[in-house]
Design a protein around this ligand. Structure first.
Ligand code: PGA
Length: 243
């Protein structure tokens, strides 16, 4: 595990964008695992700039996103598909047909099965970016999630619903369930970077890095990955003993 502590969210985003940029340069046919949320937004802006200035060519890239709400159509304003289109895909030269976001409508069990099969058929994920929840979830794998799970349907916890309510008109509009890549699927990625910014994430970061591996702290299962880079700003690192 490699830990990088940055001054702030901007520097965290720059370091993360640099890792993605190098991955795309070294393998223009990379399979990238992407995340939504506030944390990677600036990283996506930087990646858009790198694409516009000709440094990164996304035409051969394939992407798989971590999760999606259940019951939200892909073209809904708060869907994770819309987030990805608006923050990244519509601004770079990627072939939209090569971008994958789990489908939160229709036969969800079947969608889960097909999602894992699609990742496998592409040979697995080369580089996966993750955020972390205040309760140490990764993707929507809430506390109690199995470490070997594949893509599945999950119930969101109150703390996740609360944290995500900022994207909705009312907290009552936040879906209570989601489809998410499992911890087992995530651990199969060849390289993982986890980003966190702000003091609200400090306890989760401490538990993930310094605590035992336990399903109470889903991100702690990343301790067993052999190519994990954690990039956090000073506020998110503020509870770590070994800074
Ligand atoms: P955030 O979400 O980037 O919006 O803080 C991260 C997460 O819940 O995994």
């Amino acid at each position: 595990m490699k830990l990088i502590i940055t001054k702030d969210h901007e520097e965290m985003s720059q370091k993360a964008a640099e890792i993605f940029s190098n991955q795309i340069k070294s393998n223009p046919k990379s399979i990238l695992g992407l995340a939504t949320g506030g944390t990677p937004e600036r990283m996506y802006e930087l990646l858009v700039n790198l694409n516009k200035s000709g440094i990164n060519d996304w035409s051969g890239i394939t992407t798989f996103n971590l999760d999606e709400y259940i019951g939200i159509e892909a073209d809904h304003s708060v869907s994770y598909r819309t987030y990805m289109n608006e923050n990244l895909f519509s601004k770079i030269n990627i072939n939209l047909a090569n971008t994958h976001v789990p489908k939160g409508t229709g036969d969800i069990e079947l969608n889960c099965k097909k999602y894992d099969e699609a990742i496998l058929a592409k040979g697995g994920i080369d580089l996966q970016v993750l955020g972390i929840g205040e309760n140490a979830h990764i993707a929507f794998n809430e506390p109690g999630s199995p470490e070997n799970g594949g893509t599945s349907i999950v119930n969101l916890t109150e703390s996740t619903i609360q944290a995500n309510s900022r994207y909705f008109k009312s907290i009552n509009d936040v879906p209570k369930t989601a489809i998410t890549m499992g911890i087992g699927s995530i651990l199969k990625a060849r390289k993982i970077i986890l980003l966190a910014s702000g003091v609200k994430k400090a306890q989760a970061i401490k538990d993930m890095i310094e605590g035992p591996m336990t399903d109470k702290v889903p991100a702690s299962f990343l301790q067993k990955h052999n190519d994990l880079t954690i990039i956090v700003d000073q506020a998110a690192a503020s509870l770590l003993k070994r800074t």
